[in-house]
Design a protein around this ligand. Structure first.
Ligand SMILES: O=S(=O)(O)c1ccc(O)c(O)c1
Ligand SMILES: [Fe+2]
Length: 346
């Protein structure tokens, strides 16, 4: 294989939304993202610590979907490496001129081997960084985009593909028979830039923004309560087992899933130990043992191909986590000195 591009981190995604005003109310008024630019067709958003033009684009369209998952690369020269790497993989590759996406320089956009629309860019327009603009921060104050979580049928194959791009595994979920249900992979020195969730795919399971404080996550819950929109809270707040992050999952007006996430850990040393969880460990997905709601396993966002058409799904052939943990997490167990403790039954 040719040399892969030097990926720095996950950088932005573009979501197709059916009601731009309703989405603006959710991402700006509730989640507190900053508007870098907006017009009648699209809104370009960033979080408080971000100085590139955007980390999220909302584009008005007829069907909710994901138009691109974009990674920033270290230098402009990495674009040629990306182009050669993906041409050697035999997938569709497009060069995009600067400005093809507002605020983004020249880019390489591909349909990756897993079926996802993925873009690599270096140059992007700089804008004001609001790190200390506490006069503007709401109580929810998202600081930066943290990761993508993608649903894909074959987790080991997806892991090998991302390892080819220089990503490393921080944690995974597997069973004693060797089935891998999920894996977390990183370029920036945190738990992940991308997580691989075993399931029918390609789909986007969620995008995640980081906050600095747990109280900011709690405020978002209180804010949704005040709007009488508790149904937008899908899972959490809680403490993850994998990643150790404090988390909340909310669903936007189109059902796109957004995680708000804080307190994971540093992974930057070359000997960072991989943590493997037993799929039956009732604390893997919620450290307090709370069950995972069935919709969290079942639902995810469609992704578009490079022509803007929804990608057909490939069914997962191996066991599904929601099946092997009976219900959401009923009859799971947590092994320990006291023997097995059964998880909550749904
Ligand atoms: O539910 S898990 O603890 O496996 C988990 C860990 C980290 C994440 O970002 C996530 O979405 C889910
Ligand atoms: Fe996540």
């Amino acid at each position: 294989m040719t040399t892969p591009p030097d990926v720095l981190r996950c950088a932005y995604t573009e979501l197709v939304v059916t009601d731009l005003a309703a989405s603006r109310a959710f991402y700006v008024d509730v989640l507190g993202l900053l508007v870098t630019y907006e017009d009648s067709e699209a809104i370009y958003l960033r979080a408080f610590e971000e100085y590139l033009h955007h980390s999220l684009v909302l584009r008005r369209g007829p069907v909710p979907a994901v138009a691109v998952l974009a990674y920033r690369v270290r230098a402009e020269a990495d674009l040629a490496l990306a182009e050669a790497y993906y041409r050697e993989l035999g997938v569709r590759v497009e060069r995009r001129p600067a400005g093809a996406t507002r605020g983004i320089g020249e880019a390489v956009r591909v349909q990756d081997p897993l079926g996802f629309p993925v873009e690599f860019f270096h140059h992007a327009e700089h804008t004001e960084r609001f790190t200390q603009r506490y006069d503007v921060h709401g109580a929810g104050a998202l600081s930066r985009l943290d990761h993508f979580n993608v649903t894909t049928p074959d987790v080991p194959a997806a892991r090998a593909y991302y390892e080819g791009l220089g990503f490393r595994v921080s944690e995974d979920i597997r069973d004693n028979e060797g089935t891998v249900y999920a894996a977390w992979m990183f370029r920036k020195p945190t738990v992940h830039d991308v997580a691989l969730t075993g399931g029918d795919g390609p789909r986007l399971h969620h995008l995640a923004f980081a906050t600095h404080e747990r109280h900011q996550i709690l405020h978002i819950c209180d804010h949704l309560g005040a709007l009488r929109r508790p149904e937008m809270i899908e899972r959490g707040p809680g403490r993850h087992g994998v990643s150790n992050a404090f988390y909340l999952y909310v669903r936007d007006p189109d059902g796109h899933r957004v995680e708000i996430y804080t307190h994971d850990y540093y992974t930057g040393d070359p000997d960072n130990p991989v943590i493997s969880w037993d799929v039956h460990d009732n604390q893997r997905r919620d450290w307090w043992g709370n069950p995972v709601v069935p919709s969290w396993y079942a639902e995810a966002s469609a992704v578009l191909d490079l022509d803007g058409n929804p990608q057909p799904l490939v069914a997962r052939a191996e066991a599904r986590e929601a099946d092997v943990t009976i219900g959401a997490d009923g009859f799971s167990y947590t092994a320990g000195e006291q023997g097995f403790k059964l998880g909550q039954q749904v």
